[in-house]
Design a binder for this molecule. Structure first.
Ligand code: SF4
Length: 397
């Protein structure tokens, strides 16, 4: 049964809760669901119901296409002036000796390691320290672009920018304009956590506010840059806080259209100040992806970071609204592994990513950061597969 037939079958089920039926009808009619309906999905939508709705939207928007890219990360420092309770990655300024702080040469050494490698994106994010200021990043962006003009720089979040621009006495717009001139291409989605102050003040009390986060993205969109957005879920927030978070993003997207991808990030509880908070189940992960796909009707893509949620859950998520699983990574990020993710040295070859996607019947597409197709892997046969020999099994009487 195709995705539309499954949805119609669901709608015609006479035992369906009347409000859930109404939401399913809205999805079929491509109508936007309300805030209250978003909360109702969290409270009453079971995994099967949510999967049918989310997969219908996913296939309507992208068919079976599932995107990944070839990328690497640079994490310039894990020392941080802030004190987010959920963070397993940062070392406070006073624990500086336990952390690392790169200089521009060190960052360029990482970029140069990928000379002649077909990577298309460098993703830069980390802690916030006074030395890594406006001049520091301006110099890095310029040198990186001069060295490798084709490499897309997806760099820093509003958490870093708010701090850097305040110190430099620049407006968000002027600061971003200057760094764009230096080579910055786009912004990743981190630092959003949960926007509502009731939760934000408990888990991330001293970094940029929701309004500041959203304004920095808005200014980036005004400058023609694309950005992503995340949501850290599954800790002390309630369902309506998640919907509030998505609602604020949906409203900004209506205004600017500059977001590409929404990335739900699972709270992990290893070695942080919230280690007593249990992690949510895989079922809740999948429900959350599905509701994100249903609610965020104006976001083109929903991404599952395989390095954060494991390869198996990333595969499953492709049936619950997700159409992007991120990149090759090459073991260049510590943020997820330090928080307790299953993948302690996250790296996948292109072939592994392609096979992961193919094994669940989806169509692998290598993209660049802006979702231009680089290679369609539907019918690509890898050299190793060509070399494989198959033998008939002996018949046993
Ligand atoms: S989450 Fe980011 S801003 Fe917060 S302490 Fe960790 S590194 Fe710093």
């Amino acid at each position: 049964m195709n995705a539309e037939k499954k949805l119609t079958f669901l709608i015609n089920n006479p035992t369906m809760h009347v409000d859930l039926k109404r939401i399913a009808e809205k999805v079929l009619a491509e109508e936007r669901i309300t805030f209250d309906e978003g909360v109702l999905l969290y409270e009453k939508g079971d995994l099967n119901y949510l999967g049918v709705l989310a997969n219908y939207i996913r296939e309507k928007k992208h068919g079976h296409y599932t995107y990944f890219n070839r990328n690497f990360h640079i994490e310039p420092t894990n020392v941080c002036v802030y004190d987010c309770k959920f963070c397993s990655y940062s070392r406070m300024i006073k624990q500086r000796e336990e952390g690392w702080e790169m200089d521009v040469d060190g960052m360029m050494d990482i970029v140069k390691k990928y000379d002649n490698e077909p990577v298309t994106e460098v993703h830069i994010t980390g802690g916030v320290v006074p030395k890594q200021n406006l001049d520091f990043y301006a110099e890095f962006f310029k040198r990186c672009k001069a060295h490798r003009p084709d490499l897309h720089i997806k760099g820093l979040t509003p958490v870093e920018y708010y701090y850097i621009f305040k110190k430099a006495k620049l407006s968000h717009y002027d600061g971003l304009k200057y760094l764009k001139e230096c080579g910055l291409d786009s912004m990743p989605g981190g630092g959003a956590e949960i926007f509502h102050p009731e939760i934000r003040e408990q888990i991330a009390h001293d970094k940029c506010t929701a309004e500041q986060w959203l304004d920095i993205h808005e200014q980036a969109h005004k400058l023609g840059m694309h950005t992503n957005a995340t949501m850290l879920y599954g800790h002390i927030e309630q369902f309506w806080h998640r919907v509030d978070h998505m609602e604020r993003l949906r409203q900004l997207q209506d205004k600017t259209g500059g977001f590409q991808t929404f990335i739900p990030l699972k709270f992990r509880n290893k070695d942080n100040q919230m280690a007593h908070v249990p992690e949510v189940s895989v079922i809740e992960d999948l429900r959350n992806y599905a509701i994100a796909r249903i609610y965020m009707d104006n976001f083109p893509h929903i991404k599952a970071y395989w390095a954060m949620i494991s390869r198996d859950t990333a595969q499953l998520s492709l049936a619950y609204g997700v159409n992007d699983i991120d990149g090759t990574l090459d073991d260049t990020t510590k943020i997820y592994s330090m928080a307790g993710a299953e993948e302690q040295n996250p790296a996948m070859t292109t072939q592994e990513l392609v096979e992961l996607i193919r094994h669940v019947g989806r169509h692998p597409i290598e993209r660049d950061t802006l979702y231009n197709v680089i290679t369609d892997y539907k019918d690509v046969i890898f050299e190793e597969d060509k070399a494989k020999k198959y033998y008939a099994l002996p018949v046993v009487n």
